[in-house]
Design a protein around this ligand. Sequence first.
Ligand code: KE4
Length: 423
Amino acid sequence: METRNLFAEAQKIIPGGVNSPVRAFRAVGGTPRFIREAAGSKIIDTEGREYIDYVASWGPMILGHSHPDVVAAIREAAGRGTSYGAPTEIEIEMARRIVDAFPSVEMVRMVSSGTEAAMTAIRLARGFTGRDRIIKFAGCYHGHADSLLVKAGSGVATLGIPGSPGIPPQLAELTITLPFNDSDAVQNAVARYGDELACIIVEPIAGNMGVVPPRPGFLETLRAATHQSGSLLIFDEVITGFRLAYGGWQNLAGLIPDLTCLGKIIGGGLPVGALGGRREIMETLAPTGPVYQAGTLSGNPIALSAGIATLDILRGKPYPALDAMASRLCSGMADLFRKKGLPFQINRIGSMFTLFFTAEEVVDFTTASRSDTERFARFFQGMLEAGIYLAPAQFEAGFLSFAHTGEDIARTLAACEKALKTL
Ligand code: KE4
């Protein structure tokens, strides 16, 4: 059936026709493509149109779609049952891989999404410290738990206000939202609220305002501020976990957070999240400790089979080659934008990148928001027409996979040249 008809059909019985808002193309306009299947670096819509995919299911598909070994692992596991609601050996296998890959992690609790991982991390930090306030950063997204859907109050370091209807102001005000990369704001907020502070949660490489790396010293400031105030440092590595290295950004940066949130890649495209950290903190979780947390399908054997197959393949993969492929794509696009005389920034770390149409460096959500999102939307549509599937929103990250080829990059740059004619 035609994508347009499917979308009309879907909207009758699913809010906005989608099960996650960003998929509805509202930020870029037009009709979302309904995908029928995917393999390697390609996705194919229900009308048979093929696209080179840079969304990668928002990060998980780092090996490319339907990797044969991952599919085989899912098939093999499914034949032995899909869920038991009882402990399984495969959960030990997954926990061991995460502990081995993250020096900061001594224990792991599996959940079914990144939201659950971050929500649990916040509750655990509050339960472990006995404190209620948390600090997050504007433009960083940690899933849709109430305490994390909060935006900055009127002034910096003031009490948060709900980022969505349905969130009680009394809860929102416990979340302090600061500008990313603003170490002074962090020090001021900790000076003011430090003894009430349970944690600071951050995407160590921000992906949810578009890709924005930390300024030198910013993450170190968070580590020092949490040590000083007796609060916990939570790295939300749901995107960066196993994306930039076989481990996290924390490994590359030489930092040790107290808790780490994971998701996406560790599920190999199936619903998996995880929370890891120091033993004394993690053992505060039920049933060893009083902080309650649970999940019917947590550690699901099928999902973990896909995740473990993915991690075991990743362990032998040359991340520098993946980064080099991403560098070729981004520098090729930069050359084309320069030739066209367009103001642009391309923020890239490893194989995650974002294109902004702006002359100023994008270092936080304020500068990201000043970029020309209309022009981004037109560029997105031009690329889509040319068979290139970018993230359908400015404030997202694009991703390369190990399945992308030099030919994919060449075709993408040719499409980019064509799309630029429409800008
Ligand atoms: P999920 O609950 O969507 O599995 O994970 C929430 C989450 C937590 N932390 C970070 C750093 C994340 O990026 C996410 C989810 N990312 C979005 C894309 N920016 C998922 C896509 C969507 O919402 O449909």
